[in-house]
Design a protein around this ligand. Structure first.
Ligand code: GRF
Length: 211
């Protein structure tokens, strides 16, 4: 089995990154993490990646002013330089241009802390509470130019409890994130996920196995 070469793009803490690195530390996992790149030089996740022996790169978006594509071309050079085949966004806080998304069509995943298509954007946990949502969760999806859209690979749901705060709900959702992102990447790396218009098929069927 040749393992897919994966880069993880982060901007901060990197707990999802750590979950992916942990999964890929098993030689039987179908993907290996060959690069962690951050637009934020101070991202905590960089030190965590380095401690795990993963090569890291910083492409500071501030160097490029308002020129998003120039930033992305520098990022792309890192990805190409490391022979990357799949990219996982994990708390990467830059909007990507159609150019970059087009370079990675069908090979670029994101995790979003809500049950898409509900609660796109930021502050998802506070917004779910404010809306009185009874269920909340996380989604792994392929990236398309429109933010927090794109074919869904995996989702996990949690109940919303009456005494929840945004912080307690976020913590419950984060556990789900750490479970479903490695599962979703496994399926994609194994070539078991096909794009079918706006949705994904897994092994030719419109559902995700739970393990
Ligand atoms: C996660 O909640 C992820 O879903 C969202 O940003 C957060 C990143 O957390 N996109 P971490 O950096 O993975 O700890």
């Amino acid at each position: 089995m040749t393992r897919k070469r994966v880069a993880i793009l982060i901007s901060g803490r990197g707990s999802n990154m750590a979950a992916l690195i942990e999964a890929a530390s098993d030689a039987a996992y179908p993907a290996e993490i060959v690069l962690v790149a951050s637009n934020e030089p101070a991202a905590e996740g960089l030190a965590r990646a380095a401690a795990a022996g993963i090569p890291t790169a910083v492409v500071d978006h501030r160097r490029f002013g308002k020129d998003r594509e120039a930033f992305e071309r520098a990022l792309q050079a890192e990805l190409i330089g490391h022979g990357v085949e799949l990219v996982c966004l994990a708390g990467f806080m830059r909007l990507l241009t159609p150019w970059f998304v087009g370079q990675w069509q069908g090979r670029l995943l994101n995790i979003h802390p809500a049950l898409l298509p509900a609660f796109k954007g930021l502050d998802t946990h506070a917004r779910a509470l404010a809306a009185g949502a009874k269920e909340h969760g996380a989604t792994v999806h392929f990236v398309v130019p429109e933010m927090d859209s794109g074919p869904i690979v995996a989702q996990g749901a949690v109940p919303v409890r009456p005494d929840d705060t945004a912080a307690t709900l976020a913590a419950r959702v984060l556990e789900v994130e750490h479970r479903i992102y490695p599962q979703a990447l496994r399926l994609v790396a194994q070539g078991r996920v096909q794009l079918d218009g706006d949705r994904c098929l897994i092994d030719g069927r419109p559902f995700v196995p739970t393990s």
